[in-house]
Design a protein around this ligand. Structure first.
Ligand SMILES: C[S@@+](CC[C@H](N)C(=O)[O-])C[C@H]1O[C@@H](n2cnc3c(N)ncnc32)[C@H](O)[C@@H]1O
Length: 176
């Protein structure tokens, strides 16, 4: 069906969708849309089935952002009420969501290793506003060592899933 490219493998995509169906988040925040056919499509498809929640997904590279928007317009019109695409840095979008009191209850971290420190600073700031049960899933735990160390050592986050793959897709739940 989808002429949409994505980077997550099928196990990771299925896990993301199952989590969305199970947790029924209201505000989903994603760092790293890329071309839209990986985690973004899995989240959108889950929200569509839930008939609730909105995904705010960020992609700094204009060509990827445009490809994702165009592909959803062409192939996944029905998902569009559940997804807002941003061609902007995640730090800026997360700040404006917090200012608008749209506090994410589901976060997908799939940016780049070079920005791990900034991503963690943003998450650390977000924690002040999070409710118990909020979910963070992150990709590349075996590469993004700063991210992995943060969630492994912070007592407010408990690991609830880990995909046994070369990339290491990990899911954590928040509790104050
Ligand atoms: C690994 S890819 C995302 C793959 C995608 N989630 C998938 O499943 O196909 C990472 C993307 O994140 C983007 N990116 C990295 N840091 C970002 C940031 N802080 N804000 C927005 N986009 C970012 C990069 O341009 C890149 O396209």
């Amino acid at each position: 069906m989808a002429a949409l490219e994505g980077q997550m493998n099928s196990e990771e995509r299925n896990l993301i969708k199952q989590l969305i169906l199970q947790k029924k988040p209201k505000v989903v925040f994603e760092i790293g849309t890329w071309k839209g056919g990986g985690s973004t499509l899995s989240i959108a498809s889950g929200l569509f089935e839930n008939k609730s929640g909105v995904l705010y997904t960020c992609e700094t590279e204009k060509a990827f952002f445009q490809q994702a928007v165009e592909s959803f317009n062409e192939y996944f019109q029905e998902y569009k009420p559940f997804v807002i695409f941003h061609n902007e840095s995640s730090s800026i979008i997360l700040k404006s969501l917090i200012e608008e009191n749209k506090i994410p209850d589901f976060v997908l971290l799939d940016g780049i290793a070079a920005r791990q420190k900034e991503d963690i600073d943003d998450i650390n700031n977000l924690e002040k506003y999070l409710s118990d049960g909020a979910i963070i899933a992150y990709h590349d735990s075996k590469i993004q060592l700063i991210v992995n160390d943060y969630f492994s050592t912070n007592k407010n986050w408990k690991k609830i899933h880990e995909v046994n793959s070369s990339t290491g897709f990990t899911v954590c739940e928040f509790k104050k």
